[in-house]
Ligand binder design. Sequence first.
Ligand SMILES: NC(=O)c1ccc[n+]([C@@H]2O[C@H](COP(=O)([O-])OP(=O)(O)OC[C@H]3O[C@@H](n4cnc5c(N)ncnc54)[C@H](OP(=O)(O)O)[C@@H]3O)[C@@H](O)[C@H]2O)c1
Length: 329
Amino acid sequence: MEHVQFGRTGLKVSRLCLGTMTFGYQTDENTSNEVMDAAAEAGITFFDTADVYPLGAPVNDFGRTEELIGNWMRGKRDSFIIASKCFFPTGPMPWDGGNSRQNIMRAVEASLRRLQTDHIDLYQVHAWDPSTPIDETLRAMDDLVKSGKVRYIGCSNTLAYQLARAIGRSELLGLSRFESVQPRYNLLFRENERELFPLCSEDDIAVIPYNPLAGGLLTGKHRSGEPTEGTRFTLGWAAGPYQERYWQEAMFRTVDEFQQIAEDVGVPMTTLAIRWVLANPVITSPIVGASRPDQLAASVAALDEPLDPDVKQRLDDLTHEYRFGDHDR
Ligand SMILES: NC(=O)c1ccc[n+]([C@@H]2O[C@H](COP(=O)([O-])OP(=O)(O)OC[C@H]3O[C@@H](n4cnc5c(N)ncnc54)[C@H](OP(=O)(O)O)[C@@H]3O)[C@@H](O)[C@H]2O)c1
């Protein structure tokens, strides 16, 4: 597996990152281990998680995903780059969430314990916290870097102006800066091409997008109507938000046309969808998800060859409307 530079840092990460948010709820420990085995076998050395995973699970299960990763990584920690996150509430108290110094310090210790490691390679704020001054967040994260508990810091789900402001504050205050951003990005959600991505390319910020398959919609296995049981679109509390994001008639129509293009060029839809994400030069490492080990092969196959420029143009044209805000769900 090719490894690429992580933004402006000296770190190298695999060209695909493994998403883990299905581990511990949608997928049991055995299946999760098989997915991690399959990823490692394919050469993926970069894993993304969060303190609040698994997705869709009852609140008391938060942290289970990190525990499973910690168990699986025992004895092989140094062969992997681990990214985790904090922000969403993981406890009953009003300060058990957000990007305050209090929550960041509490959350990182809990993640380190569950992951059974003394450091996290990339620690990200999962979302912007309007109730905490950005300087407080950056100072807390900088302290984590200085203490060695965290190697690099990043953010997720930020608007371009928020990230630009955070970078500016880090520079002014002489603090570690967000070296990466984790935005949503796929053929059906392209808004970040307009403002966030140009900023990332200008400031050499690594981009590790999530939902590259739109939670499975772009694999072509779903048909409009009732969502398929056992998939993302019926997964506990996540079913509603994911249906709202992608279970849209207009998107099903786009997926039908996407299927036609995939058939024309003889590439499986899953492979083509990931290849299209990889074809954007701003993208460092898409975070691919799987609920079964055999699902990963089609995503990994995206690396076999680059996207033909004519096919890219057809896909860009097909999904042009998703660059604009109407689909901000
Ligand atoms: N920062 C954030 O706010 C945020 C948000 C979301 C995700 N993430 C991160 O990004 C990672 C990836 O996100 P994602 O899981 O939504 O990515 P995705 O690649 O868009 O969706 C993955 C899902 O698609 C289906 N799938 C994948 N390959 C398939 C195949 N070959 N055939 C049929 N179905 C297939 C599976 O779902 P089913 O089996 O259920 O159909 C799988 O779990 C997460 O694990 C997490 O680490 C971050």
